[in-house]
Design a protein around this ligand. Structure first.
Ligand code: CAA
Length: 240
């Protein structure tokens, strides 16, 4: 029977590429989104992938949404915590609201996404947890104290879950994308974006599909001995 995968923020950007790659690899996929109904409807029309709307920052919404996915599609075997936002500002201009919104979505949202599926994975003795972190969680970034803190925190979640899940057949790993050609990166002022591209030895932005291939590999049986790891896919911009 096909395994079921849940991808948060799975209708746009990197998440959409992951949803499609997992579908192509034979998974039954559920993709979540927070607000853009139009993009979600278009995504389902184009891909046939079922979408679900909830705010990953809200635990009860996440739990209820996940229950609905499992009753529609079956137990979730693979969870990809991808949903993320930016609220960039230099620290002296960063408001508590900008801090909190990013913490709620990018860090608490990862907890809220994994926690409801974790007991089922433990019971069944199989699970794949994949968290989409960021190069900026590894190296920090001007104007991203909030975002970098969450993405570094996501790596702590993965390394801890790897230790807790190993004996139950669950792996937990992270992918740290560099700068990828998505709406999020395109929202960076053009001059700043050009200066970022100049720092990427490969000389270009990454493609969402390049991240999706990392996630699909981590989800596979072939990746069973990889646990607590981080795949950095950043065109050589930063090494850890
Ligand atoms: N390093 C050092 N100084 C920098 C800098 C940097 N990387 N970027 C900007 N500055 C400086 C500017 O030169 C300017 O200096 P002066 O005041 O001396 O001229 C100052 O910082 C900018 O001040 P502003 O008051 O103009 O800043 P602002 O309030 O308008 O904010 C910004 C502008 C939000 C910082 C904007 O430049 C920006 O968006 N930068 C990009 C941040 C970034 O890389 N975000 C990543 C988004 S993609 C992503 O997050 C996905 C992923 O995982 C990789």
């Amino acid at each position: 029977m096909a395994r079921t995968a849940l991808v948060t923020g799975g209708t746009r950007g990197i998440g959409a590429a992951i949803s499609k790659a997992l579908r192509d690899a034979g998974y039954t996929v559920a993709a979540t989104y927070a607000g853009n109904d139009e993009a979600a409807a278009k995504f389902t029309e184009e891909t046939g992938i079922k979408t679900y709307k909830w705010n990953v920052g809200d635990y009860d919404e996440s739990r209820t949404g996940i229950e609905k996915v499992q009753s529609d599609l079956g137990a979730i075997d693979v969870v990809v915590a991808n949903a993320g936002i930016t609220r960039d500002a230099p620290f002296h201009k960063m408001t508590p609201e900008k801090w909190q919104e990013v913490i709620d979505t990018n860090l608490t949202g990862v907890f809220n996404t994994i926690h409801p599926v974790w007991p089922g994975m433990r019971e069944r003795g199989f699970g794949r947890v994949i968290v989409i972190s960021s190069i900026n969680g590894q190296k920090g970034q001007f104007a991203q104290v909030n975002y970098a803190a969450t993405k570094a925190g996501d790596l702590g979640i993965v390394k801890s879950l790897a230790q807790e899940g190993a004996a139950k057949g669950i792996t937990a790993n992270a992918v740290c994308p560099g700068y990828i050609a998505t709406e999020m990166v395109m929202a960076v002022p053009e001059k700043v974006r050009e200066s970022i591209i100049a720092q990427i030895p490969t000389g270009r932005l990454g493609e969402p599909e390049e991240i999706a291939r990392c996630a699909t590999f981590l989800a596979s049986d072939d990746a069973g001995f990889i646990n607590g790891s981080t795949i950095s896919a950043n065109g050589g911009q930063f090494f850890v």
